[in-house]
Each structure stands twice: as C-alpha cells, then as structure tokens.
Design a binder for this molecule. Structure first.
Ligand SMILES: [Zn+2]
Length: 377
C-alpha cells in the first residue's frame, strides 16, 4: 500500500503502518488526555494524563494488531498465503492473497478477529476486577482497553459485509446454499441495509441537535456502504474468473515486429498500414520488448532512418510478463494496480500471446451472454 511505513515482521508477516494511522494516534491520545481520563479520574497531573493516554492508545493499536494477526495466522494455517498487515485509520487490513476456498475456512478466518478483541477486552476487565478497580493509571488503562476492545469486537461482528460479521454471515449462507455468489449477494445486501440505517440514524441525531455523534455515525455508515459495494463487485468478478487461466482468454496472435529494423521502416511498413499503436518486439523468436508511438516520438524525426527499434523500445525487464497457466484472478489485480492495459504472455522466453483488459471483458460478456455467469461456485 502506498504511503505506509514498515515496522518489521511477526511470524514472517510484514507489519506496516499507513500514514493516516499517525493522525489517529495523535487525535486519540489528545482526546483521551483532555477528555476521557480527566472526566473519569480527576486529580492527576497533566503529564500523567498525557502519558497514560499515549500508553492506552499504543496498547489499543497493539490490540488491533493482535486482531489482524489472528485473521492472518488462521488464514495461513488454512493454506492461504498472507503477505502483510497494514494498520490504518479505521483499524487494520490483512493482505490475504486469495479468497477462502470453503465456507468453513471463511468462517474460522473471519470470526477469530472479533473473538480476539473480545478476549483481550474480557481479560482486561478480569485483571481490573482482580485488582479491585481503583483509580490508579493501571486501572484506568485496563478499563479503557477493556471497553474499547469489546466495542471493537462487537462492531466487527455487525453482519455488514465486508466487516468480519458480514463474512461470518456470508460463510453461513454459503454453507447453507452451496453458492458463494448467493452468499455474497445476501451478505452485501445486509451490509447495505445496515449502512443505510446508520446514515439515517446519523441524520436523526443531527436534526435532534447531537451534531457530532450524528456526523460520526453517518460517516461510518457511508464507509460501510462504499465498502459493501466495492466488495460485492470484487467478489462477483472473482467468482466469474475463478479457475480461468490466462492461456484461455489471451489473444494468441499478438502484433510483433523484429528488433533489427529502423524506426522509419517500422512506421512505414507496420504501424501506418495496419493502424497499430504499439507492437511487441521480438528477436529471433524471443520477446525483447515493446514499442509504442510515444517511444518513437521521443526520437527526433531525422534519426528515424538510423535508429533501430531494439534501441528505442521499452526493454523486456521493464514490462510485466505473465505465464499462460497463471489464473486471471491473480493477473487482473496486477493489471489494475499497475494501470497497464495489456500484458505479454510468455512461455520459456517465447511470446505466445497478449492479454488485454478488453480480452477479459469480452470473455466476461460472452459468459454472461450464454448465461454461464449464474453457475454455483
Ligand atoms: Zn477483523
């Protein structure tokens, strides 16, 4: 994720924090030091409030990290690769590379996060009980951690996809109906319903005079709503592309030109007559690079006769290359993420095809046209 700082590794999983997280640390420490702790525990020094507030904030984020680690470790235990965890403004995200393969895996992976939060919250309250409460800084921190973790656990259990509770709901519907697609629809529908209710309740509060709480609730609702919508289309796409290999969708006759011709010849004999805007460059039968109109424009016009295509092209090392046996679910996020429209498909160094976003879209259109998109997967 851009804008994140690496902290280190836990159990082989890279942990980073997003810059937005630093803003939340400042805001939360400030509001705890000037609002929460002084109201509940009067009579401490200003320094004590700030020190306790900072410690409580950092411990809360350690709890969020434990929540995410629980998701990640269970995912890895069930055979899904986990790259990293990023802590950001709304909590954390575990970058788990694939969607769970069965409802059981999804259920275990999703429920373990909120359970971890509830466990930390419960333990904090037990410790507080064991030391018979009191108004010491330790008691204050335990009380805050207990409350915050239990709220975090409960909030994440709200059955609004893509929150953990929504995933739990999805796994249950998936198990009952046998269809991931139906389950995703149901979980997203529930998520959107809850999001609209929150936004409505937010307006209710605003018009009732409780402006700050209203805005806050409305924002959470809006966040859930956009999350549900993008999670839904993402999940639909993944379902439709499931098991489809690059080799099945790619165009097997890519536009190629030799590397040892001049730019002038390239323009006169290949690009202009065929109306091509770019071409893959091959040397003997191996892919060497890609030449586009932009690369040609970079060379002054009077040098086109002497400049070879191989010197003006984007070399192979700078291209994203995929293999025919890779799955589309693996390749599409890469194309979208890097904002590339087409990728060369290479097998043993030879160019065997080209995969473009249009190819993928056409494949999806045909599948939909034949009614093959409604199969239960
Ligand atoms: Zn979670």
């Amino acid at each position: 994720m851009p804008g994140s700082l690496r902290l280190g590794k836990i159990a082989g999983i890279e942990i980073s924090i997003h810059v937005s997280w630093l803003i939340i640390v400042v805001l939360l420490t400030w509001s705890l030091a000037t609002g929460w702790f002084p109201a509940l525990y009067p009579g401490w020094s200003t320094f004590a409030y700030w020190a306790v507030a900072l410690l409580a904030t950092l411990l809360l984020f350690a709890s969020v990290l434990a929540h995410e680690l629980a998701h990640s470790l269970v995912a890895r235990w069930r055979g899904l690769p986990v790259n990293s965890i990023t802590l950001f403004i709304f909590g954390g995200v575990s970058n788990i590379e694939q969607e769970p393969k069965s409802p059981g895996v999804e259920f275990q992976m999703s429920i373990v996060g909120p359970l971890t939060s509830l466990l930390i919250g419960g333990l904090s309250f037990l410790l507080l009980l064991a030391m018979q409460g009191g108004t010491s800084p330790l008691a204050a921190i335990l009380g805050y951690l207990g409350l915050a973790n239990i709220l975090l656990g409960l909030f994440n259990l709200v059955p609004a996809f893509p929150l953990d509770g929504g995933r739990v709901l999805r796994s249950i519907v998936w198990k009952l109906s046998g269809s991931l697609r139906t389950a995703t629809r149901a979980a997203t529908f529930a998520g959107q319903g809850i999001a609209y209710l929150m936004i409505l309740a937010g307006f209710w509060l605003i018009f009732g005079g409780d402006i700050l709480d209203g805005i806050w609730l409305g924002l959470i609702g809006w966040f859930l709503l956009s999350g549900a919508q993008s999670a839904n289309s993402q999940a639909m796409l993944e379902t439709m592309l499931k098991g489809v290999k690059v080799g099945k969708v790619m165009n097997t006759s890519p536009v190629t030109v030799p590397a040892n011709i001049s730019l002038q010849k390239l323009v006169d004999e290949f690009l202009l007559p065929h109306g091509w805007r770019s071409a893959f460059v091959v040397q003997v039968d191996r892919l060497a690079g890609l030449i586009t109109l932009g690369d040609i424009r970079h060379v002054p016009r009077d040098e086109w006769g002497q400049t070879l295509v191989g010197l003006a092209m984007i070399p192979l090392e700078k291209l994203h290359v995929v293999a025919p046996q890779q799955s589309l679910n693996e390749v599409l996020p890469l194309m979208v993420g890097q904002d590339v429209n087409q990728v060369p498909v290479v097998e043993d160094g030879r160019l065997v095809g080209v995969l473009s976003r249009e190819d993928i879209m056409r494949f999806l259109e045909i599948k939909r046209g034949l009614g093959l998109d409604k199969g239960s997967t």
